[in-house]
Write a protein that binds this ligand. Structure first.
Ligand SMILES: [Zn+2]
Length: 340
């Protein structure tokens, strides 16, 4: 991914890093609340896997539902951890996304903030019935926190599951509207922008509040022009240090073995997994136990400020989904008692 655009972006990022004194800092120690979640209802749309040779294969098909119920945005709850042997969260880092910093040594080399034995848990393609709630349950049982990169269409299919993710206090970022490969020659600049921004607005609409300005390119296909664009939008980009390749795994054990073997070799890193995948959901309780037993510590990444979505995309999406625009008039100007 080294090229003129990328190097320019890295130079700008490095300069800003020096000027700003760092993208991130440790904010406070925190232990998450244990939560349980019921399995979600049946899937409204099919998702077809691409051949195993493709990275992070997922194809989103089907139409979006007509409306997402307008309910208040979930508020994360802070409770004491009921599990004395929990993996927990050892450190919380807050990310200043100004200029679009990049994380994950597979593609971004300039920000090395994890100490030995520190890991960041991250999940792509959220939300999905059964598997996402199972991952949430496993994380809650271990009082730990993760980042979830949501596909816009999936967010519109299952807003209630994405709200569970946010309500549990995890970071919700975005992962395009339809999981398009943004580095494909078939996509022009406008289509790439639409994929990013419609995805952002869809996740916001589903959550009822803006997500974190955190983005992961589908299949880790980093389009240089899109990287520069995300920089102008102050959206941080996430690759990974350690790919679980869970979408290729034939069993939960394979997911666990891949992650633990790579960790033993690398010692630390941002781990890429998919809460969309059944084997990953099944692997999670044992994987988290193994991380704890191995002396690994979870670092939770959160954003300093929420994502600023673009109003034109918010409005277009609401129109597409036939969502009524909430009235801004006070109740007293709409309803008046005239006789009693
Ligand atoms: Zn993905």
């Amino acid at each position: 991914m080294r090229n003129a655009f990328g190097l320019m972006l890295m130079s700008v990022a490095a300069a800003t890093l020096i000027a700003a004194g760092g993208w991130f800092w440790t904010s406070h120690k925190s232990v998450a609340a244990p939560q349980t979640f019921a399995a979600a209802p049946a899937t409204p749309a099919p998702v077809a896997a691409k051949p195993a040779s493709n990275r992070d294969p997922i194809e989103v098909t089907g139409s979006i539902p007509e409306k997402i119920p307008a309910v208040p945005a979930p508020q994360p709850k802070q409770q004491a951890c009921a599990n004395p042997d929990a993996l927990g969260v050892s450190r919380v880092v807050e990310i200043d996304t100004t200029g679009g910093p990049g994380f994950g040594f597979e593609h971004f080399k300039q920000i090395d903030f994890l100490a030995d034995k520190e890991v960041v848990l991250s999940f792509d393609d959220s939300p999905w019935p059964v598997n996402t709630p199972a991952v949430l349950k496993a994380l809650a049982d271990q009082c730990t926190k993760a980042m979830f990169f949501s596909i816009g269409k999936h967010a519109t299919y299952h807003p209630e599951i994405l709200r569970q993710v946010a309500a549990a206090g995890h970071t919700v970022g975005t992962h395009t509207w339809s999981h398009a490969n943004l580095n494909s020659k078939k996509l022009n600049e406008q289509t790439v922008k639409d994929e990013i921004e419609k995805g952002n607005s869809a996740v916001k609409l589903a959550l009822g509040t803006a997500p974190a300005p955190f983005f992961r390119f589908p299949e880790l296909q980093h389009n240089p022009a899109a990287m520069a664009y995300l920089g102008t939008r102050n959206i941080a980009m996430f690759s990974c240090d350690l790919d679980s390749f869970d979408f290729r795994a034939k069993s939960p054990e394979q997911v666990i073995n891949t992650v633990m073997t790579k960790l033993e070799k690398q010692g630390k890193g941002i781990i890429l997994m998919h809460d969309f995948q059944k084997h990953t959901a099944e692997a999670m309780p044992e994987l988290l136990r193994r991380l704890k037993a191995g002396g690994y510590k979870v670092v939770f990444m959160k954003a300093k400020a929420p994502m600023q979505t673009l109003p034109e995309y918010d409005e277009a999406l609401i129109k597409d989904m036939k969502m009524p625009v909430a009235s801004t008039r006070p109740v007293t100007s709409v309803v008046q008692t005239v006789s009693q």
